[in-house]
Write a protein that binds this ligand. Structure first.
Ligand code: NAP
Length: 480
């Protein structure tokens, strides 16, 4: 008789939803998903800024097990993606498993079970604990002098205040990552004046975003295998980006040439100079945005590239002595990419905590587990493949791996299992050795880098990652 495992999943974003569906498909029904917010959807719930799109094509940014024939665009809008995840939850009847407004604060493993405490003081128990807290979910508002002095409306891009009307207003955007560029592209010509505060220029690749007409959608529904074929095709094409990221070669040169050609469309040489990065394309996460240079050349858009000196009650002062009067200030300043599930505190059976384990930086066993923390797994954990590639197949691979361990538990093959410290060290040394070929080490600062300056991302192809997780390496685990 197989045992009946209980599983607690932290987070009802993309990866938590995907895992919960797969657990149900595998016949594991005692699944509880704890979500701190009042809705599911993670990044697609939190981000609602104007111009929000996914820069991975929708055909590939969706679950393999639930392909949507109705995507409206090649790159779909944020609200549509959020709706897709809600539809997945509906279709797979996950709502009874999801507890909204339930923030996990800590979890302790003792007597072969996880005891999970939430902010309301409740304690739940489970045989397995899985963190699905996402990569970029803790907004960073940098400590710029005078940050709180601004008397207009100010908010982070992931906390957009839709009660503030923007028409006719003087809007400032700090940050030139994917978010800042999407916002500027959407707001150019729509507000009174728009000032983009740039600390570091970014490379931009323009890929047009076409509408999927009725014929495309009908074909996807009526031709057997059409969505699977489209998924595979887009994955293969995006393989060019993967190859460009992980090793020098024609793919890197081609992406670089395309970015440089796009930059040459900026007519004013002085503006072009200010927008020209001094590092290789893709070293920072490549921005895919087809309208940005047109937007930044709009007569009502100003690029402030001199650096911010301080924020003042009525605007922003830059280091060239200028004061930029503003009504609204948007911080498109990114996220703490090293938080992972923190500030949730985990305590293993020997009393060792996650804070102690990660005091020198976040690391994992094969992106999914931690020595000293039995029956605990992570989706999108440290060194997961995250550069210009769909995160959904990565989370699906990790979910399948977790389920493979849970199935072994079901069959009574173990009660508690954690990777050994030796296997984790060996794996991390192997990862480090693979880093030098990657574009992230070519000399720029980015959210990919850990505290010691080494990339905290997967340095090989996602296929290699999938192959690594195809089945549990039981000899690398301490099993009770
Ligand atoms: P980001 O890439 O981390 O960019 C943050 C921006 O804020 C950078 O330009 C940074 O400048 C600037 N900044 C930070 N602190 C600053 C300071 N003190 N003064 C001035 N500027 C400062 O963040 P993001 O744009 O939100 O994007 C994060 C990630 O989210 C992306 O890389 C991508 O993975 C994902 N994303 C994806 C999409 C999509 O379409 N799929 C859309 C949006 C975001 P420096 O470069 O000088 O540090």
């Amino acid at each position: 008789m197989p045992r009946d495992p209980s599983v607690i999943v932290i987070g009802a974003g993309m990866s938590g939803i995907g895992l919960a569906v797969k657990l149900k498909h595998a016949g594991i029904t005692d699944v509880t998903v704890l979500e701190k917010a009042d809705d599911i959807g993670g990044t697609w719930r939190d981000n609602t800024y104007p111009g929000l799109k996914c820069d991975v094509p929708s055909a590939f940014y969706q679950f393999w097990f639930d392909r949507n024939p109705d995507w409206s665009h090649f790159f779909s809008h944020g609200a549509e993606i959020h709706r897709y995840f809600r539809d997945v939850v509906d279709r797979h009847r996950l709502w009874p498993h999801i507890h909204l407004g339930t923030e996990v604060t800590s979890a302790t493993f003792s007597e072969n079970r996880w005891r999970v405490t939430t902010a309301d003081g409740a304690v739940r128990e489970a045989d397995f604990l899985v963190s699905a807290t996402g990569v970029l979910h803790r907004p960073v508002v940098p400590d710029i002098p005078g940050r709180d002095a601004f008397t207009g409306a100010a908010f982070h891009s992931a906390r957009w205040d839709h009660s503030i009307p923007l028409a006719g207003k003087r809007v400032g955007v700090i940050g030139t990552g994917s978010t800042g560029m999407q916002i500027v592209t959407a707001l150019a010509g729509e507000v009174g004046e728009l000032t983009l505060f740039q600390r570091t220029p970014q490379w931009v690749l323009p890929i047009p975003n076409w509408r999927n007409g009725r014929v495309t959608r009908r074909l996807r529904c009526s031709v057997p295998g059409a969505t699977a074929l489209e998924y595979r095709l887009v994955r293969a094409i995006f393989g060019i980006f993967v190859a460009a990221l992980i090793r020098p070669g024609w793919q890197r040169r081609a992406v670089s040439a395309a970015c440089r050609a796009y930059l040459r469309t900026v007519g004013d040489p002085e503006l072009r100079r200010k927008l020209t990065p001094d590092y290789q394309p893709m070293c920072k996460r490549l921005v895919i945005c087809s309208g940005f240079y047109r937007a930044v050349q709009h007569p009502d858009v100003h690029l402030a590239a001199e650096g911010i000196e301080r924020i003042e009650p009525s605007g922003v002062a830059t280091t060239d002595g200028r004061h930029h009067e503003l009504d609204v200030l948007v911080f498109a300043t990114g996220f703490d990419s090293h938080a992972y599930l923190r500030p949730v505190e985990l305590t293993g059976p020997d009393g060792r905590t996650l804070s102690q384990e990660w005091a020198g930086g976040a690391r994992a066993y094969r992106t999914v587990a931690l020595p000293g923390f039995p029956n605990f797994f992570m989706l999108m954990g440290p060194h997961s493949p995250v550069g210009n590639f769909s995160l959904i197949p990565v989370a699906e691979v990790q979910a399948d791996y977790v389920i493979a361990w849970i199935q072994r538990w079901r069959r009574g093959e173990f009660t508690a299992a954690a990777p050994t410290a030796e296997a984790t060290d060996t794996y991390n040394a192997w990862l480090r050795a693979a880093m030098p070929d990657t574009v992230w080490t070519t000399g720029c600062d980015s959210w990919y880098l850990g505290p010691d300056g080494t990339p905290e991302v997967w340095p090989l192809s996602p296929q290699r990652h999938a192959a690594m997780l195809r089945q549990p390496h039981t000899d690398e685990f301490t099993v009770v």
